[in-house]
Design a protein. Sequence first.
Length: 184
Amino acid sequence: MRNYMVMLLMTALLAGGSAVAGSDEQPAGDCCAKRKQAGAAAPAKAPEGHDACKYCGMDREKFSHSRMLIEYDGGTTAATCSLRCTVVDLVNNINRTPKSVRVGDYATRQLIDADQAVWVIGGAKPGVMTRNPKWAFAGRDAAEAFVKENGGRLATYDEAMAAAYGDLYQETKPIREKRKKDSD
């Protein structure tokens, strides 16, 4: 079943899956304002070559609340704007092993370990590159405050990844169907 899903996703990507709904909206609201007032540092400037998302070209500093950074076992890195583009990179690099995956904390914009983060799936805030938003938080309290204010549900990294893989398929399916219809 896993190989089947990987093949479906690779087919979707090779068929020209494109960006869905990016959001210019910056994180706001009481849940995050409290953390920022507590003296959270501004996000560090992206290292040379990591200013833009590898797949969609979006500005990773502007989207530092959703950006991700993958470090593979060979020392190479992939910088993305979102979990969606991270999924694309992981599918394209199925034969490589991620050594670490970090994500921008929604509230502080600092890179944190994606596996240790408390994730929120869904809610009223528009997602980055997806219709079904997924946000990461360094702590459970901030994630719960976000859910109280914006909706959504708490999740693990594995649950967020599974949702992102499924969403990628669902969000690229209409594109493939339209291309098929246009070619008939």
